[in-house]
Design a protein. Structure first.
Length: 383
């Protein structure tokens, strides 16, 4: 292999990782994320007001659905489906009782849902729903689902023969209240928390069943404080559009954030959704105005961050005032910030991220981030 510069070495490594991903399951991107929630109408209002989503589609009693209602909110390429059951004895109701509001479906946009289902189930994936055609006057959508960690599922969505608003069974949701975008563009990655000893199992699941490759691994030396630690493996598909970090707790003096999540969620599940923006200063300024609460970053973090990340385009005083963290890798830098949990159980939260070339996940910020999370755990009495 020829002599390469440090950056070329890094690029070569990333390219080799993507090559390792066996793309027998080509994925175009995230189609939608469905959350089971206690009150979908109120949840939709929250995500519109706080995060800048807009009304998009609806199904419920008015569309002939007697089992549940779903509000779909949209911002650029991000679609959240917020679903509430009518029947207190349904599977959806049971999910909410056990987990609280949380992610049920991570839907993946594919060209051929039948092929995606065949490729994954032939490699051992547990079947949730066989390929099923949903049709109306605007065409058809084909969906198929497989099980992953906890009660979370992946649904393969094929929509190339559909021209309707979202999918059959839904109608366009007209609303006078759409307060305006906050600059969110797409889902960058989604993080799953699993039980102690289960990280490798689920990393292997994504590798062997879905053809993903291990992009990066963090051990308890990378992600630890004086009191707590965790380990993580980031799995990516062949084109890099889907990235799933898988976290498990590591031994520490006190209860880690992963253990707290597992206790309150009642098992493994999606810990956070990272959404990308092209202007994080604008996005966080607007979200703070709308009442979104973010983790507090100690002011001392900013005393040395410039020495670590070098020159950046953004004003450091502005970043400090908003609590936005910065990290750099061989390809550029990134800016990131984390919300507090978006419900009363300390489970699901969001990450807002802007990438300026960087492909990493903010390793240099782990210490400050985890100390901030521990401070919140201490306030809750769960550390």
């Amino acid at each position: 292999m020829p002599n390469l510069t440090e950056v070329e070495n890094f690029n070569y490594g990333i390219e080799k990782i993507f090559e390792e991903a066996q793309d027998f399951l080509p994925i175009n991107g995230t189609d939608y994320v469905e959350l089971y929630v206690g009150n979908a109408k109120q949840a939709a209002h929250y995500y519109k007001t706080a995060f800048g989503f807009e009304s998009f589609a609806y199904c419920g009693l008015e569309t002939g659905n007697k089992e549940y209602c779903s509000y779909v909110v949209k911002q650029d390429k991000i679609r959240l489906v917020l679903t509430t059951p009518f029947n207190p004895n349904s599977e959806i109701s049971d999910h909410i009782r056990r987990h609280g509001d949380g992610v049920k479906v991570i839907a993946l946009w594919v060209e051929d849902a039948r092929k995606a289902f065949m490729e994954t189930t032939s490699r051992g994936a547990e079947i949730v729903m066989e390929p099923t055609v949903f049709s109306d006057a605007d065409g058809e959508v084909i969906k198929a689902s497989i099980k992953t960690y906890g009660d979370t599922i992946h649904t393969f969505v094929e929509r190339k023969n559909y021209t309707g608003v979202f999918m059959p069974g839904f109608e366009k949701w007209e609303s006078e209240y759409n307060p305006g975008t906050k600059g969110l563009k797409y889902i960058d990655h989604m993080v799953g928390n699993v039980e102690l000893g289960q990280m490798n199992k689920w990393a292997n699941f994504y590798a062997s069943t879905m053809g993903f490759a291990n992009l990066v691994t963090f051990d308890d030396k990378d992600i630890s404080t004086q009191y707590t630690a965790l380990m993580s493996k980031v799995m990516t598909n062949g084109n890099g559009r889907i990235k799933f970090p898988i976290n498990e707790p590591a031994k520490g003096l006190k209860k880690s954030q992963v253990e707290e999540y597992l206790d309150f969620y009642g098992g493994a599940g999606c810990q956070h959704i990272a959404v990308a923006t092209d202007d994080i200063v604008f996005t966080i300024t607007e979200m703070r105005k709308s009442g979104v609460e973010f983790l507090h970053v100690p002011g001392t973090y900013y005393d040395t961050v410039s020495d670590r990340v070098g020159t950046i385009a953004e004003d450091m005083a502005t970043l400090k005032s908003l609590g936005i963290m910065v990290d750099r890798d061989e390809e550029g830098y990134l800016l990131q910030i984390f919300t507090k949990p978006v419900e009363d159980r300390p489970t699901l939260f969001f990450e807002i991220i802007q990438r300026k070339g960087a492909k990493s996940f903010g390793k240099g910020n782990f210490q400050a981030l985890f100390e901030s999370i521990e401070a919140e755990q201490a306030r809750r009495g769960t550390l």
